[in-house]
Design a protein around this ligand. Structure first.
Ligand code: ZN
Ligand code: ZN
Length: 414
């Protein structure tokens, strides 16, 4: 049995993502905003979980996933004070005094181990009690499953709404695609056992150039990836010889639909924030906006499964509408004084010429400026997606000349 066949069978057997919706007209202005990729002192972030959560909640995020590497914030986690200080890289005010200033002198739980002064970190349960408010703010139990393949290639997958820690696959003999396959399958297994829907997204494909468009295409079980990640070291734009994340999306979607006959990838935008005290402070760079029925883990995952969400690095959308019969796709941004939006309708035609620059993979069918744009998708398009780019510079860019953007999910595929 060829690998391709195995991948295809798995795609049929496991719940991965949406069926194509025939028609929808979403008012996205009341959807929930959340970041699904954040690190705290529980792994390699440099702030306390409660400080990070407070940052997001106080900036009108509706939900947040703390996604520490291979760990959930449960049980007693003691941290050496000196190790906490080291993480700050001597920039800005120190984490402890900031935390005491925010929550009071009695908040931090000190504990000396041997001759070392340290702190017991707050658990997710504690944080949920402190910060969650029905309909207003929700914390998703989540993890960055930090797998490793041949040559230590990082294969990081965020699992959202998990009932327990999902172990990472570390296999120095396995290819990236094999490790992806095994990790996604393990996550699906936990979902099946627990009955709790879990959303898994493949992170930063270009980090150490580990995951190619081909890997993303052929591992059909993985239906989601990061179209944007706010960490500055993830090669978002690619380089002279390797495609950036936008292009990766189109290559993978084209292979998935045309050759694999499976679903296209859905794109999420995230912060992947690690640093909070100066230097490259990354919270607030990327997020998703989700049309869930209510604010809760299952509802968020189910809405994302339906493709009822968009990714953003700054732009707020007001409407996304699609009518399969007429093929009309409409996207509107929230108007902002002095700001112009460019809407690019991007897809690939059946019978595409992979070597052609402008009519091949990821062809721009229409580029239109204004506060909204509509386009009738031609019958020979395999799928259509829209990238919206603002004339406004990103206030805290992760790469040079970054503009604020938004990405809607592919539509029009069969
Ligand atoms: Zn990662
Ligand atoms: Zn990360």
């Amino acid at each position: 049995m060829t690998k391709q066949v195995i991948y295809h069978l798995l795609a049929v057997a496991l719940p991965i993502c949406a069926t194509p919706l025939s028609a929808f007209d979403y008012d996205t202005s009341n959807w929930f905003k959340g970041n699904t990729h954040t690190h705290s002192l529980w792994s390699d972030g440099n702030d306390f979980p409660e400080m990070i959560i407070d940052w997001y909640k106080s900036r009108d995020y509706d939900f947040l996933a703390l996604t520490d590497h291979n760990v959930l914030q449960v049980g007693e986690k003691w941290m050496d004070l000196e190790a906490i200080k080291k993480r700050q890289r001597a920039i800005g005010r120190d984490a402890v005094s900031k935390c005491e200033a925010r929550f009071g002198k009695d908040w931090i739980q000190w504990k000396t181990q041997g001759d070392k002064k340290g702190i017991i970190l707050k658990t997710l349960d504690h944080c949920r009690e402190q910060f969650e408010e029905p309909g207003k703010f929700y914390l998703l139990p989540a993890e960055e499953v930090s797998n490793g393949a041949k040559d230590k290639a990082p294969v990081h997958i965020n699992a959202l709404n998990i009932p327990k820690v999902i172990p990472a696959v570390k296999d120095g003999t396995a290819s990236v695609a094999e490790v992806m396959e095994r990790s996604f399958a393990m996550i699906a297994e936990v979902e099946k056992e627990s009955g709790q829907p879990i959303l898994a997204h493949l992170n930063h494909p270009n980090f150490q150039w580990a995951v190619t468009a081909d890997d993303l295409a052929k591992v059909a079980i993985g239906g989601y990836f990061e179209i944007y990640n706010g960490h500055p070291g993830i090669n978002h734009l690619g380089d002279d010889t390797r495609p950036g994340d936008e292009r990766i999306w189109d290559i993978a979607n084209t292979i998935r639909i045309a050759e694999m006959e499976t679903t296209p990838l859905m794109g999420v935008a995230t912060d992947d924030s690690h640093t909070y005290h100066g230097g490259d402070v990354s919270p607030g760079r990327g997020w998703v906006v989700v049309g869930a029925d209510k604010l809760g883990g299952d509802a968020i995952v189910e809405a994302m499964r339906e493709g009822k969400f968009y990714a953003s690095s700054g732009i707020e959308l007001g409407r996304i509408a699609f009518d399969k019969d007429s093929g009309l796709l409409t996207v509107a941004a929230k108007p902002e004084e002095g700001v112009e939006y460019t809407f690019e309708f991007i897809g690939t035609r059946k019978g595409y010429d992979a070597s052609a620059a402008d009519t091949g993979i990821g062809e721009v069918f229409l580029s239109s400026t204004g506060n909204s744009a509509a386009f009738q998708i031609p019958g020979d398009a395999l799928y259509m997606r829209v990238t919206v780019t603002s004339s406004k510079r990103h206030p805290n860019p992760s790469y040079t000349d970054q503009k604020e953007q938004a990405w809607i999910q592919p539509v029009g595929w069969k």
